[in-house]
Design a protein around this ligand. Sequence first.
Ligand SMILES: [Zn+2]
Ligand SMILES: [Zn+2]
Length: 234
Amino acid sequence: MFCVECGRDGPTIDGLCASCFRKRNPLLRAPDTIDAVVCSDCGRIEMESGWARVDLDVAIPRILKSRVPVDPRATRVTFTHTARREDDRNLALTVKAAAHVQDLEFVESFHTRLRVKRGLCPTCNRKHSNYYEGILQVRAEERPLTTEERDRLVAFIEAEVARRTGKGEEVFISKIEDVRGGADVYLSSNSTARTIARELADAFHGTVGSSPKLFGQKNGKDLYRVTFLVRIPG
Ligand SMILES: [Zn+2]
Ligand SMILES: [Zn+2]
């Protein structure tokens, strides 16, 4: 095949050789700046698929892929980069993009600046607003808890929440309140509060009672805040 533009012999796309095709159809439009949002609390990075616990360096190729407009005919698009730190907020990136259009491979380099912005992911945002769905009340039968019991029960709940967070569950304690006779632990998830209430009662030979309270609606479904009362034997 001969290029209709320069007459060179070789593979063509739309009648053009690779270099003439590229002159007319840039592979991509390099943005001057790209923003990356990092949660100032937990350090997760906002990606197209959600907030991810990854290093910025690992996140950059994925961020580039979602932010750099590439010729829609391009396939097998990959980005590699080197980063130079300008200051706390800015990275100077040298990016190499490789892609195929039909059978021809194109490689293009460009410079851009990655601005690192601070934000709050939805989980940390909830934490900051003291969001809760369930309250775990720890008490004893017909007497106040001793300080030692109170500490052991609360530590049990904290350890159970930490174990779930370690497995990647989105759950947290929004506050712990010392009240007359025991303590109230506010949890971000009803179902977790329920499970931990059972575990707590099993571990300390106690009982569980629950009382739901309607507090709103989400997607047409009623939302309840449930108070779980765990009593250990008197
Ligand atoms: Zn040509
Ligand atoms: Zn966060």
